[in-house]
Structure formats: C-alpha cells, structure tokens
Design a protein around this ligand. Structure first.
Ligand code: SF4
Length: 320
C-alpha cells in the first residue's frame, strides 16, 4: 500500500506520475507493454470495417489490446458515427457535432458478425446527446439485424447513459433483449467532476438497476478504470454500489493516458493489486469479475460471457 501526501491510501500503486497535465506521459511499466498490431487478422478486420463504413472503439480509443483482439477476430463495433457529443477527460474519441445516423449501419454490423463468424459481438456507441432518444433506436435496429442475420451470435451492448432522455429509450433496448447490457461507471464518484463531467454517477448506477428490474434475464455489466487517483475504499464502495444495483459482471483495468491533453495517470496499479481487487469483488457476490492492467470492458468478452452464463446456470441448479 502507498501512503501519499495528505495521508490518502492507495492499493498497489507501483509508480506515480507527478507530471503536470500537458507534460510527456510517464513511461509504462513492463506489465503494460503489448505487441504492435501487425498480423494478417488485424489488416483483414481493418479492411472489413472500412468497406462497411463502420468504426471500432478499438481504433478510436487507441486500445492497447488491438493486436491480440483483432488477430483473434474480436472487435468492438462503435455505432452512431465516430464523433461524440461529450468530452470526457479520459477518452480519445473525438468530440464535436456528429453526422446524420447511417441507415445502413444495422445491416453492416450484422454483416461483420456473419463475415467474421462471431459467436459473440460487442456493440458500443459514442454519446449522442443531440438525438431525442440518445441513439437508442439505432441500438434496437442493430440488435434486430443481428438476430435476423446472425441468430447464433450472442449480443453485448455497451451503451451511453441516456441522461436526460425519456425512459422509453432504454425500455426499447431492453425489449430487443440483448444478452448483456453494459454501461461503465468508469471511475469513483469523487472523480466525476474532472474525469466524467457530463455524467452523473448515480444516474449511471440507476440505469443499470433499471435494466435488471425490467428484465432480470439480461446480464448486466459495468467497469471502472484504476490509476486515476481513486482510493482503495472508494473502489470497494463502488463494488458495493454495483452489487446493490444487482450488477452481474465487474471489469477493472488500468487507465492509460491516450494523449498529453488527457487526464494524467496517477498510479500504475500492480497486477497483484488487480488480483486482490478481483478477490474482494468475488467475495462481494459478482457472478463474473475481470481485473487486470489490460482488462477493458470488451476484452475477452465472449469467453467471459460463456463463463458468466455457466455460473448463473450453476447457481440456479443449486437453488432448485
Ligand atoms: S479490448 Fe475491446 S476495445 Fe480493446 S481491442 Fe479488444 S475488443 Fe477492441
């Protein structure tokens, strides 16, 4: 454990960057190093996405796992364009006024699932505060197209918070029945004003709680980034909040500063500390936990979904 100036306690903080915002990024520890994305699978996936006019969060968010995931033909499709109406301090996706919604997008996403032979697909989007339903109807169309054209593919969605949008927007998505509904809390509530200023912690939590209440058969999932200056007890509190909202699956990964303009990394949390957090999360009752420096909400999503489904089946068998 590290004790910082001011007496705040962190868990497994291996190194700290004191560089001010705008200064060069701190050197990453060895456990963060990843292979350059050069395989045939990577170029094939890139070509497919370009041909279908689709974007991926893998590229737009500069994900460190792109080499591994794309080699294995696992990609997270980002719908509703490549321009976000919000400007979170951690996120590399460009901000601005987005273009009109592409009516062919649902069909194209389904084509990706068929062409790549995906058993599980993750669909996310930029925030679309400019649209009356926040883009919920496009999520519905994508789910319907996938069910029609790729009925064997299980569907995981990672949505915005739909803050200030009618509840009917979320209800429509639930009625379309994705297998997994993911919405990331991203960080502890204390850091929201600087890290996620356009969002509200309890609104995000309530969104996930509502999904579970509307359809308990849908798995709910959420994640946070570590290394932004959060304290250990704050992370434990987030876990408790998530369990109160009946969230099934927790992901935790290391925050990496995408450019010098973004929030700086405060700590590189060690792999052992990630493992300790995972142990605590399991004890708190999550059905599935993924916690490591390179964990991202869609990393190994297919394998994790299969394990989570098996865990629920085992739980139900015990009860009944
Ligand atoms: S972890 Fe998710 S976002 Fe990153 S490359 Fe893999 S699928 Fe894409």
């Amino acid at each position: 454990m590290t004790v910082e100036k001011g007496g705040r306690r962190r868990y497994g903080a291996a190194m700290a960057s004191n560089a001010p915002q705008g200064a060069p990024r701190t050197r990453k520890p060895d456990w963060i190093r990843v292979k350059a994305p050069t395989s045939h699978g990577v170029s094939e996936t890139r070509r497919l996405m370009r041909d279908l006019n689709l974007h991926t969060v893998c590229e737009e968010a500069a994900c460190p796992n792109i080499g591994e995931c794309w080699t294995k033909k696992h990609a997270t499709v980002m719908i509703l364009g490549d321009t976000c109406t919000r400007a979170c301090a951690f996120c590399n996706i460009k901000t601005g006024m987005p273009r009109a919604v592409d009516p062919l997008e649902p069909e194209h996403v389904a084509r990706v699932a068929v062409t790549m032979g995906l058993s599980h697909i993750v669909i996310t989007s930029v925030d679309r505060d400019d649209l009356p339903d926040g883009g919920a109807s496009q999520f519905v169309k994508v789910i319907e197209a996938l069910r029609r054209d790729a009925p064997q593919t299980t569907i995981e969605i990672l949505t915005p918070d739909f803050r200030n949008k009618p509840m009917a927007a979320v209800e429509a998505i639930i009625a379309a029945r994705p297998d997994v509904y993911n919405h990331n809390l991203e960080t502890v509530p204390r850091l929201y004003p600087t890290i996620r200023p356009g969002a509200r912690y309890y609104a995000s939590l309530r969104l996930l709680e509502s999904v579970k209440r509307m359809d308990p058969s849908i798995f709910t999932k959420s994640g946070i980034m570590l290394g932004l200056g959060e304290e250990r007890m704050e992370v434990h509190q987030v876990m408790d909040d998530m369990r109160s909202a009946d969230i099934d699956f927790l992901t935790m990964g290391q925050y990496l500063q995408p450019t010098p303009r973004h929030a700086k990394v405060v700590d590189f949390v060690t792999p052992d500390a990630f493992a300790a957090y995972a142990q605590i999360a399991r004890a708190k009752g999550f059905l599935q936990v993924a916690s490591s420096p390179l964990t991202r909400s869609s990393y190994h999503a297919g394998e994790d979904f299969a394990q989570m489904r098996a865990a629920r089946a085992a739980q139900l068998a015990k009860i009944g």
